[in-house]
Write a new protein. Structure first.
Length: 198
């Protein structure tokens, strides 16, 4: 057997296998989501749903989760984002089954479970709202890579400055990626459908 034929018989299948493996392991092609090469763990903070149930923030689930951190007294970013997220999920049969939207407060002093439930479900009855002790919220937000800050207002009172990034959590309860604004409703819907199918 000639060296050239031996090369084709032995090396070509190995090279083909390597190429296939690289394609299989390649990141899911999406435009609006920055997927992490290795999903990151979340802290095991205990939070409270709008229905008063205590849940583990990093618990595994059958669904993907998309987290948005905000607060019920937010004048603009939060209602706009929740309305658009409801359109993302509501416009897709696949996402309505495989993706859960979660609204996490950065203002637990004012955002009781009842207030969170009423606020979040106005945009989509399926949104799960989460609040809890300030320490648990701080731990969860930091672990998810979300920053927020209490800002005093003239004349008393306060508001909250917070990141508008969305955090994508895989069914194993780990951070799979981030979505940074601005994002388009239709493009994000397509990207999320691609990810939850992968």
């Amino acid at each position: 057997m000639s060296k050239r034929l031996l090369l084709l018989v032995v090396v070509a299948p190995a090279l083909l296998g390597l190429i296939i493996a690289m394609i299989v392991r390649a990141p899911t092609p999406v435009q609006s989501i920055t997927l992490l090469e290795q999903p990151r763990p979340l802290p095991d903070a205990m939070l409270v749903t709008g229905k008063g149930e205590t849940v583990l923030a990093n618990a595994a689930s059958e669904q993907w989760r998309l987290l948005f951190f905000g607060f019920t007294h937010c004048p603009d970013i939060c209602p706009t984002t929740l309305e658009r997220l409801a359109r993302v999920r509501g416009g897709s049969d696949s996402l309505s089954k495989k993706l859960r939207l979660e609204f996490v407060t950065v203002d637990p002093a004012r955002d009781t479970p009842q207030a969170m439930e009423q606020y979040a479900t106005y945009f989509d009855p399926a949104i799960r709202s989460l609040t809890g002790e300030p320490e648990a919220i701080q731990q969860f937000a930091e672990g998810a890579g979300i920053a927020f800050l209490k800002v005093p207002l003239d004349g008393g009172g306060y508001t909250m400055d917070h990141s508008a990034a969305l955090v994508l959590i895989n069914p194993q309860g780990r951070i799979a990626g981030y979505i940074l604004p601005p994002w388009d409703v239709d493009t994000l819907r397509q990207d999320l459908e691609t990810v939850v199918r992968s």
